[in-house]
Design a binder for this molecule. Sequence first.
Ligand SMILES: Cc1ncc(C[n+]2csc(CCOP(=O)(O)OP(=O)(O)O)c2C)c(N)n1
Ligand code: SF4
Ligand SMILES: [Mg+2]
Length: 285
Amino acid sequence: MKSNIFDRNAEISWCPGCGNYNALRIMKESLTELGIKPQDFVLVSGIGQAGKFPHFLNSQSFNGLHGRYLSNALGIKSANPELTVIAVSGDGCTFSEGGNHFIHTIRYNPNIVNIVHNNQVYGLTKGQASPTSQLGFITKVQVNGVINEPFNAPALAISQNASFVARAFVGDIDETKEILKKALNHNGYALIDLFCPCVSFNRVNTFKWYKDNTYYLEENYDPYNQFEAMKVALKTDKFPLGILYINPHRRPYEENIRIYEKDKRPLFKRQLNKSKFNQLLDTFR
Ligand SMILES: Cc1ncc(C[n+]2csc(CCOP(=O)(O)OP(=O)(O)O)c2C)c(N)n1
Ligand code: SF4
Ligand SMILES: [Mg+2]
């Protein structure tokens, strides 16, 4: 692999063959192809195998709590809207422990990209079922197979007027890079549900399984039609890949914050008004 400005000299602890290696390459190459510099970029993650991403990429980063990383990303983007922010974590971290944060991040709509590494399992904790595990999936805990319907994140996001919803597969590097670059250029919350096989603890949803059970949306597919997008997102016999939905009508959260109404500069570029600050402190005395 060619060297990249985002390379970090760190020993990678993922299993050989894990989908996360491709995901890391996709992120580094997409960022450099868009000319984004490590100093202008923040990678925020939760906990899990996907949550280890900041350990292996040279950038500013914040490794948050399990399920809570999206609020960290929203806070960082609000404090400095000039930064490019990618928030990355697993299907368990985002849709289970972080389910409420996921819903409200769609509602707040910060201009960030949220990549969810969907391996349909809890990888780091060695193979329990996650919210996206398929019916009948057998684990050491779910010994008779999963009995709950899998969570459909793209359908939920589309139903809630999310501003950008895509699904991708790490086995397809070029296609996923194109989707990620479009997500980075989109102004608003962009969800990428990224199929990313766990070769150690999910022996059902393998690279081959995803190849056989996904298809790309037609070239003439219209991602601006919410009802069509919903129909497509609800298809689960085979999973559609590509940009499912774009809602161009939503303003990002940080553009609606009063402090940026008249002055677009991030907070750290402004002079503190000491007398106003002291007046504020006085109200607490
Ligand atoms: C609040 C909380 N609950 C549970 C855990 C234990 N835990 C750490 S990672 C993880 C699962 C990770 O699965 P996923 O988010 O799908 O990421 P993956 O490892 O599959 O990439 C769990 C349950 C934790 N650290 N914090
Ligand atoms: S346990 Fe699964 S997700 Fe974790 S590094 Fe190994 S293959 Fe990847
Ligand atoms: Mg997982």
